[in-house]
Design a protein around this ligand. Structure first.
Ligand code: GDP
Length: 393
């Protein structure tokens, strides 16, 4: 499907930048337009693939291009004040050509955390296209203020978008790696998962004939109804011999070798579906109770088959208890792997969010206590004990 992506804040900008690069590399045609919004000039300058005239610096009169310093209330205020400048960049997007907006942000910081729900609300008011969010949760080692920011932003962002796709840095961070190196890898993971998912509805000229291709409307219907979503992914390398067998031999069928091939293909698909659902999700959660799901099998068409996908789809139905599980192909001719992507939409059993909220409440209480205490302490320091001195004015 074709998206207008808006990256808000540093993480949001970097992820959208990487989506643009992924889109060029794979010719997947999902990024119809890309915009970056930030209060920090340096972050905007560090981007590589988003066109310069699509990078919007907001809040200049308030923070002079230096960012909001993890103050997400200020991030939200600045976004509201300068929404016209953001709209200016969106005006250049041919909105009639897009299927949806995707607003991307790290929820633990200031600019993206505060600004992305404001932008989502604004877009909902103006356009009829769905507005999705891609929200990144901070690592639990980032500290109380980031957790508090994320918990407050999450609550607001979910309310303002048609669906919030969540990626949890905490589940993906690796020990012993530099933060930057770690983020590069994590961002690659993000764009691969969401790239395959959104690419599914966008089969261009290079695309192949498939048995049951996933359409944009199936992604939209799976996300419709709102709430929170998570994505599972698993892949396996395959020999990509596009000249042999494949669809044609499946149709003509009959000989033993082809049947063996088919059984092998079907089994591979079923096992990839299980791996994707039971492995690490972008937001770890219990898949039972997910309201809707979409299974996308991507890869060279001779390695995809309807039977495998149907079996995988049924298995997801059993695991989630959902009656609304869609599934289909995403044929990619030159791919050296078969991948299974599962979008689980409307998940509600998410211990990580409850834990985040608990830590956020504690952080908020601590911050209030410390603030009160420090006011008293300052008072004691500045004023003499007996109140004998008088201020000048
Ligand atoms: P902002 O510029 O004020 O919106 O804040 P940032 O985007 O710099 O940071 C917000 C949060 O996003 C941080 O707390 C991190 O958890 C996360 N973050 C920052 N950079 C990246 C990145 O490149 N990738 C990912 N996945 N997360 C990031």
């Amino acid at each position: 499907m074709k998206l207008a992506m808006i990256g808000f804040g540093q993480a949001g900008g970097k992820i959208v930048d990487k989506f643009v690069e992924y889109d060029k590399r794979h010719d997947s045609g999902i990024v119809r337009a890309a915009v970056a919004v930030n209060t920090a000039k340096a972050d905007l300058m560090g981007l590589e693939h988003i066109p310069k005239d699509q990078r919007v610096l907001i809040g200049q009169s308030r923070v002079k291009g230096h960012g909001v310093g993890a103050d997400n209330e200020l991030g939200a205020e600045v976004a509201e004040e300068d929404i016209d400048e953001v709209q200016g960049a969106i005006d250049s997007i041919p909105v009639h050509e897009i299927d949806a907006f995707l607003v991307v942000a790290g929820l633990g910081g200031g600019t993206g955390s505060g600004g992305s729900p404001v932008l989502a609300k604004h877009l909902q008011r103006i356009y009829t296209e769905p507005v999705y969010g891609l929200g990144v949760l901070p690592g639990s080692d980032e500290g109380g203020i980031y957790t508090l920011n994320a918990a407050r932003s999450f609550q607001t962002f979910v309310r303002e978008v048609d669906n919030l796709l969540v990626f949890d840095n905490d589940a993906w961070r690796k020990t012993g790696e530099s933060v930057q190196g770690g983020y590069d890898e994590i961002n690659e993971e993000i764009v691969t998962r969401f790239g395959v998912l959104f690419g599914a509805g966008e089969i261009g000229q290079g695309g192949e004939v498939a048995e049951s291709v996933v359409d944009s409307s199936e992604i939209i219907n799976t996300l419709a109804g709102g709430g929170v979503s998570t994505v599972g992914y698993a892949s396996e390398s395959v020999e990509n011999d596009s000249s042999g067998g494949g669809l044609l031999s499946r149709i003509t069928g009959g000989n033993e070798e082809t049947e063996l091939d088919t059984a092998h293909t079907t089994n591979r698909i079923t096992s990839l579906v299980r791996k994707a659902a039971l492995g690490r999700l972008t937001l770890p959660c219990e898949i039972e109770g997910a309201e809707r799901a979409l299974l996308v099998m991507a890869g060279p068409s001779q390695h995809l088959n309807r039977k495998g996908i149907e079996r995988g789809r049924k298995w997801i139905e059993e695991q989630t208890g959902s009656m609304e599980v869609r599934g289909g192909d995403y044929p990619i001719r030159d791919s050296g792997k078969v991948a299974s992507v599962i979008l689980l939409s409307g998940v509600t059993n998410v211990p990580r969010i409850k834990e985040l909220q608990q830590v956020a409440i504690e952080a908020q209480e601590n911050i209030d206590d410390i603030r009160e205490e420090s006011e008293d302490n300052l008072e004691n320091l500045v004023n003499d004990d007996e109140d004998e001195l008088e201020s000048l004015f």
